[in-house]
Design a protein around this ligand. Structure first.
Ligand SMILES: NC(=O)c1ccc[n+]([C@@H]2O[C@H](COP(=O)([O-])OP(=O)(O)OC[C@H]3O[C@@H](n4cnc5c(N)ncnc54)[C@H](O)[C@@H]3O)[C@@H](O)[C@H]2O)c1
Length: 333
């Protein structure tokens, strides 16, 4: 399995990556590509956003380097020097080998931006969208280069959570998906390649299924928010840092078939009691918010996000160290 970027020396690459939109996700992509040695051109229609993005990126790269959490082997200064800003979409895109669109999650805006990029990109470039929840066919049917388009959906915060969902439309060329997968691996991200598009992709569908079941438990006063938090952090989450749901089951008996035979009936009985999904909001959400504020008041969210990022970084370091130890016959000595 691919893991985060190893300690192999990161080579400076001549290839240019264009990032369209310099908000939360655009600046994360810029840092990731720069840490992989790529040249990055960052474009935004709001010049103040690009300026803020550069200040933020420099601060983050320095902080990561000081804490030993950076990606690859390039210094923070070298990584930062790989990123330039552009006030022209044409200039940002024209000789880029890979373009990552990161504009707000509005379908018509994305379609318009993608059309502009489509007209400016070279005939060999790859165009990817960061969209959280729009299927690639709905974003690209109007493009000339639609065979070179796919969704590359990161998980927030991308610097600490390496999975990237690569979702092709039916018209995306196979070699485009393969090349994108290789680019993701080169920057230390871990791609999942889909055979076909589906609404919500995989991470979203699984996350939303958990939300739906947990929400129903709160709505029906079966337990409180804290109980759900503990069920995940002290229970399922412990497994899920190392295994997906099928491997968890595979190991919990004599293989997955044994689980199906022994527990399949009970699992199905409980699954049949799941309520139909409902749109979150109203009194149940208000009840949850009151309880959630005991964990973290709304004015402390930024501090808690920083805490989260530090924990995620520590976890990914632990996993990397365990993988490295395991790969060394002497156990890392
Ligand atoms: N925030 C997340 O947790 C997250 C996670 C995964 C994917 N995404 C997806 O990534 C995309 C970007 O999200 P974000 O959170 O970075 O949004 P954001 O609002 O932080 O940033 C969007 C940026 O796009 C710029 N922009 C607007 N119109 C533009 C245009 N025509 N050309 C160039 N730039 C333009 C804005 O000025 C802004 O800087 C969305 O599709 C979102 O769904 C977000």
């Amino acid at each position: 399995m691919a893991t985060q970027q190893s300690e192999q020396t990161t080579e400076l690459k001549g290839d240019k990556i264009a990032i369209i939109g310099s908000g939360l996700i655009g600046r994360s992509w810029a840092m990731l590509f720069a840490s992989g040695g790529y040249l990055v051109s960052l474009f935004d229609t709001d010049s103040r956003q690009v300026k803020d993005a550069m200040t933020d990126i420099q601060k983050q790269l320095t902080m990561l380097s000081e804490r030993g959490l950076g990606r690859g082997t390039l210094s923070a200064d070298v990584q930062f020097s790989r990123i330039t800003t552009s006030t022209s979409l044409l200039e940002a895109v024209n000789d880029a080998v890979y373009i990552q669109e990161c504009v707000p999650e509005k379908r018509e805006l994305k379609r318009a931006v993608l059309l502009d990029v489509d007209a400016a990109m070279t005939s060999t470039a790859i165009l990817a969208s960061s969209t959280s929840a729009m299927m690639p066919s709905l974003l690209s049917d109007h493009l000339t280069n639609k065979d070179r388009f796919l969704v590359a959906h990161p998980t927030n915060p991308p610097f600490y959570v390496p999975v990237v969902e690569l979702v092709p439309a039916s018209w995306t060329a196979d070699h485009v998906t393969t090349a994108t997968s290789e680019i993701m691996a080169a920057i230390g991200q871990v791609p999942i390649v889909f055979y076909k598009e589906v609404d919500g992709f995989a991470v979203g569908r699984i996350q939303f299924a958990i939300l739906s079941v947990a929400y129903d438990l709160i709505k029906n006063d079966v337990c409180d928010v804290e109980a759900i938090e503990v069920a995940m952090t002290e229970g399922l989450g412990m497994w899920y840092a190392f295994f997906g749901p099928f491997q968890v089951e595979h190991l919990n008996a004599d293989g997955f078939m044994d689980v199906c035979n022994k527990y399949g009936e009970a699992v199905y009985r409980v699954q049949k009691t799941f309520a139909a999904p409902e749109k979150m909001g109203g009194p149940t959400a208000e009840k949850m918010c009151q309880q959630l504020e005991l964990f973290c008041p709304l004015d402390k969210l930024q501090e808690k996000r920083q805490w989260r990022d530090e924990r995620l970084a520590a976890l990914s370091r632990l996993i990397r160290d365990l993988d490295r130890e395991e790969a060394t016959p002497s156990g890392g000595n």
